[in-house]
Design a protein around this ligand. Structure first.
Ligand SMILES: [Zn+2]
Length: 244
């Protein structure tokens, strides 16, 4: 059930938990859409809700995240970590005001991880149990038999996921161009320290990893694994919240 599709009279807060997708609008190379992280967060939230099977509401996605590292690439948008924390805090507080808690924040973007962990801790300490879930941290590539991928950025993993959920938005004619200008790993390293702050410092196409390796089947496997992880988390969150 999507909150945005319900009427106010039906939104009475009788749920096990609420899912709040948080994404980003940022470059994902020449082949993938700027909304990749929002689309993936929404797809995983949807699949996770189905896998869980109980009474859940999916709140509208927050579409702009902490993405300043992509500022050199056209169309990339960003907010400051402070702004994201405030926005999530107020959104979750208003959900809780109507009884739509506990809340699991379903995240699709690496740059959001730190701020989300912080704001979810604050909310929980203040009385609304809120837990962040980042889909690509929950999947074990080796276990899934697709260890050829690493998370990267617009690489095999994200491109596969999109091929399975939004095939029309992946420009497969540009996969070679994306791969040719890609970095093998995130950042530029010396003595265990990342010297680079912005993606353009180490990746010409904005991509990290190899999107030519992407397949629909791998995408389906990833969505299923992320959904199973989210369902497992939801059960634990609901039980823990109920035990208070
Ligand atoms: Zn992404």
């Amino acid at each position: 059930m999507h909150l945005a599709e319900m009427s106010s009279t039906d939104a009475d807060g009788t749920v096990d938990a609420t899912l709040l997708p948080v994404g980003a609008t940022e470059q994902h190379g020449p082949h993938a859409p700027l909304g990749t992280d929002t689309l993936s967060a929404e797809a995983v939230a949807e699949a996770g809700a189905e896998a869980y099977g109980g009474e859940l509401v999916v709140a509208p996605a927050i579409p702009v995240g902490v993405s300043e590292e992509h500022r050199d690439f056209a169309g990339s948008l960003w907010v400051r970590p402070d702004t994201l924390r405030s926005y999530v805090r107020d959104t979750v507080a208003s959900l809780a005001h109507h009884g739509f808690d506990p809340v699991v924040v379903v995240n699709g973007h690496g740059g959001n991880v730190g701020p989300l962990r912080e704001v979810c801790a604050r909310l929980s300490r203040d009385g609304t149990y809120t837990v962040p879930f980042t889909w690509f941290d929950t999947v074990d590539l080796e276990e899934l038999g697709i260890e050829a991928f690493e998370m990267g950025h617009g690489g095999g993993m994200e491109t596969s996921l999109l091929l399975s959920t939004h095939p029309d938005l992946v420009d497969t004619d540009r996969l070679e161009e994306a791969a040719a200008g890609a970095a093998p790993r995130w950042g530029e390293w010396a003595a265990g320290t990342n010297l680079a702050y912005d993606t353009a410092e180490f990746s010409e196409s904005g991509v990290v990893g190899d999107p030519t390796a992407a397949t629909v089947e791998a995408g389906e496997t990833l969505v299923e694994a992320a959904a199973d992880g989210l369902a497992e988390l939801l059960a634990a969150v609901v039980e823990r919240d109920g035990a208070d």
